[in-house]
Design a protein around this ligand. Structure first.
Ligand code: GLN
Length: 485
């Protein structure tokens, strides 16, 4: 196997035994990026100089015997994470030339461990979307089939893993943006519990929903990345002060007696037969391993998408008010007067989907409509949260599809926002409830596109979903297939 294809744990072993250097692994990765990037377009910015500098530093560290499991590992980041001195765009024209003065906490933590940053990844503009088509920098392609979307909004994070252009990546998930692209590209993606990982220095979309999490080749790598970024951060008041478990130690191959819930409301009409088949096979696999299944009900599921699009857009309209052309970002220079400058800068800087959401959110928050929309949505959110609390009184984890269909074709839903929004129907409730979920490879469609299943855990139950995902992975072959590119 080539160095660029290895998992974190495989490459770590080689680095530790001094079979290879980080510079060699990094060169292999940069060559790979160069060889396939034209066809997949995972990156907004590739950082070869930074990477080689980091790799040399990692090799010096390894020579001193101070190796961490992430030391010298090539990592790429969604372009939503602020990186000191490296352009960070959030895939928007409004931040096209923005160079942040500091690192997000998640990035600082990875750097402390000695990762090698190979670049910044494509995504939907401001993480609004499910296909990576709304990026100002163009569409990313699914490495399994160039006519299909990779999912979104962390589409570049998933495509880059599937195309073997980084060993591991970070994404963010507000309504499914880690799990859905992971599912569509055949990767593992985990959205941690709200509060588990600091969002300091992560460009805000909807602050009561956003979470940082890994997209990786396998479950063991996912545990490593989560452990590296999780934990309390005094700079993010929503990060929770709970000890960070040893997630890698949780990966024991045992789900005997694990109680798995199947929510009745998730087996809807319109579920693609290949997704249904992946679910049926996953159930059979778990049964074979001694897990127990029971039907559960999450009765407010039907309202989740509508609730999400009120809360997320309301918060987005507030978060995105800061892009006014004054302090940073794109500024129109022909404007006559301040108001004109605001309007023209925002008009030029934001794409259509972002504008749609700012308008929807502003409307939902406006006096006269606030109670009918925003306040009502908050109340329904509480009901959705309670559905999960109740379900977790009887089950340990919940098994669901990640998305109703495999990846769709580029262009298929881009001009039909409602269809696009509905593709997150199974991931959004997890964000509204504030709990955790993981997507693991579980099959393929007839076109050869990957399909994932989702395991939802209790709040701060990441160890349990990782263990369940690991047992599944170790008993199936799906994660071993590679996109032919
Ligand atoms: N597709 C959803 C949206 O557009 C979720 C995006 C996300 O999780 N960032 O809002």
């Amino acid at each position: 196997m080539e160095l660029y294809e290895l998992t974190i744990h495989e490459l770590h072993r080689k680095l530790k035994n001094r079979e290879v250097s980080s510079v060699e692994a990094t060169r292999s990765m940069l060559e790979r990026i160069g060889a396939v990037e034209d066809r997949v377009r995972s990156f907004i910015t590739v950082t070869p100089e930074e990477a080689l500098k980091n790799a040399e530093a990692a090799d010096r560290r390894i020579a001193k015997g101070k190796i961490d499991v992430l030391t010298g590992i090539p990592v790429a980041l969604k372009d939503i994470f602020l990186t000191a001195g490296i352009r960070t765009t959030c895939a928007s024209r409004i931040l096209e030339n923005f160079i942040p003065p500091y690192d997000s906490t998640a990035v600082a933590k990875l750097k402390e461990k000695g990762i090698v940053l190979v670049g910044k990844l494509n995504q939907d503009e401001f993480a609004m979307g499910s296909s990576t088509e709304s990026s100002w920098f163009g569409t990313t392609r699914n490495p399994w089939h160039p006519d299909y979307i990779p999912g979104g909004s962390s589409g570049g994070s998933a495509s880059c893993i599937a195309a073997r252009q980084a060993t591991a990546t970070l994404g963010t998930d507000t309504g499914g943006s880690i799990r859905q692209p992971a599912s569509h590209c055949g990767c593992v993606g985990l959205k941690p519990t709200y509060g588990r990982v600091s969002r300091y220095g992560v460009i805000a979309y909807a602050s009561s929903l956003d979470q940082v999490g890994p997209v990786t080749r396998d479950v063991a790598d996912c545990a490593i990345m989560l452990g590296a970024v999780a934990g309390h951060d005094p700079k993010d008041s929503t990060s929770v002060n709970l000890p960070v478990p040893d997630y890698s130690a949780a990966l024991v191959h045992d789900v005997k007696g694990l109680k798995i819930g199947l929510p009745r409301e998730y087996f809807i009409e319109g579920l693609d037969p290949s997704v249904k088949k992946a679910m049926d096979e996953a159930i059979a696999t778990y049964q074979g391993l001694g897990a127990e299944f029971m039907e559960i009900s999450l009765p407010h599921t039907d309202y989740a998408v509508a609730t999400y699009y009120l809360i997320a857009t309301a918060e987005a309209s507030s978060n995105l008010a800061r892009y006014d052309g004054v302090r940073f970002g794109h500024r129109n220079t022909d404007a006559r007067g301040l108001l004109d400058m605001y309007m023209l800068s925002r008009d030029e800087g934001f794409g259509a989907e972002v504008k749609r959401r700012i308008m929807l959110g502003t409307y939902a928050l406006s006096s006269g409509y606030y109670d009918a929309y925003y306040l009502k949505a908050q109340k329904v959110r509480t009901l959705i949260m309670r559905d999960f609390i109740k379900a977790f009184e009887t089950v340990d984890v919940i098994l669901t599809p990640v998305a109703p269909t495999p990846a769709f074709k580029i262009g298929e839903k881009f001009n039909d926002p409602l269809q696009m929004y509905l593709s997150d129907i199974f991931t959004i409730p997890v964000n509204l409830a504030g709990t955790c979920g993981i997507s693991v490879p579980a099959g393929f469609s007839r076109e050869g596109l990957p399909i994932g299943v989702q395991l939802i855990g209790k709040p701060f139950g990441e160890e349990t979903i990782l263990r369940a995902a690991y047992a599944f992975e170790q008993n199936t072959e799906w994660h071993k297939r590679k996109a032919d590119m």
